[in-house]
Structures are given as C-alpha cells and as structure tokens.
Design a protein around this ligand. Structure first.
Ligand code: RB5
Length: 145
C-alpha cells in the first residue's frame, strides 16, 4: 500500500507528523508537496495527489490544508477520486465502509495532531463494507462524474 500525501502551507506541519506516523507504521508514501510552510496555492498539490490516486500510482491519499475544505473540493474534481473531509473517527470509518473513500482530507487549523493521527489510522484500517447498497451508491457517484 502506498499513500499520496499533499498539503498547502496551512497543512505543512501536520503533514510532517502524518508522514512520520506512516513511516513508523511501515506504510510507504509519496509527498506531492508543498515542501515548506511558505504560502502557496492548495489546488496544485491536492490535484497532484488526487491524480496519483486516480491513476493507481497510490492506493489512498491524505491531503491537508488549513480547513481541509479547499483540498477536498480540489481533489474531488479528479474523476475516480472520492475525497472525504473528516475531523472525527466515526466519519473516517463510515466514509471507508459506506463511500469507499480513497482520499482523506483534514484541516490542520481545525484539529490537533493527536486526533489527526487517530483519524489517519481509522481511515487506513477500516475496509469498505462491500455491501450491495453501498457498492450501488458508489457506482452512482462515478456515473454522475
Ligand atoms: C490558506 O490560508 C487556507 O485558505 C487554506 O489552507 C485552506 O484552508 C483552504 O481551504
């Protein structure tokens, strides 16, 4: 499993913590930027990570900005991406079980690193339910796009 990670300046420091956590867990990742906390534009980095997921280079993505909203809106423009903005573990589990989300978005100005890493673990460790109704609904999302 390989994770595409990306952030803007607002998410840069939390992204460093997420990458250290993934490394500790032995999970491979690719950092699609940004590479410092200098002000930058989140769509560029969210798109790079989203394309890595949509193209199958990475299985999942973790994208971070100040609120998590900008990166999730940008990533969801890429066909095949289902990016979920989660600031609690219930949502992180539910979006894998129900939506088969392939990208997790978080806001570094919304939650602290302790909760963020628990959300990352919940997201990565929860499988898609594969229940017929959820398969059908995810398919309907793809058909709309
Ligand atoms: C940057 O100031 C901020 O707008 C960005 O990190 C993000 O929150 C946008 O949605």
């Amino acid at each position: 499993m390989k994770i595409a990670v990306a952030s803007d300046h607002g998410g840069y420091h939390l992204k460093q913590e997420v990458m250290a956590h993934l490394k500790e867990r032995g999970i491979a990742y690719e950092d699609y930027g940004c590479y410092s906390d200098e002000a930058c534009d989140y769509p560029e980095f969210a798109h790079k990570a989203a394309h890595a997921v949509a193209d199958g280079v990475c299985e999942y993505g973790i994208i971070i900005c100040g609120t998590g909203i900008g990166v999730s809106i940008a990533a969801n423009k890429v066909p095949g991406v289902r990016a979920a903005l989660c600031h609690d573990c219930f949502s992180a589990a539910a979006t894998k079980e129900h939506n088969n989300a392939n990208m997790l978005a978080m806001g570094a100005r919304v939650i602290g690193p302790g909760l963020a890493l628990k959300i990352v673990d919940t997201f990565l460790d929860t499988p898609f339910s594969n229940e017929e109704r959820h398969v059908r609904r995810v398919k309907q999302i793809e058909e709309i796009g």
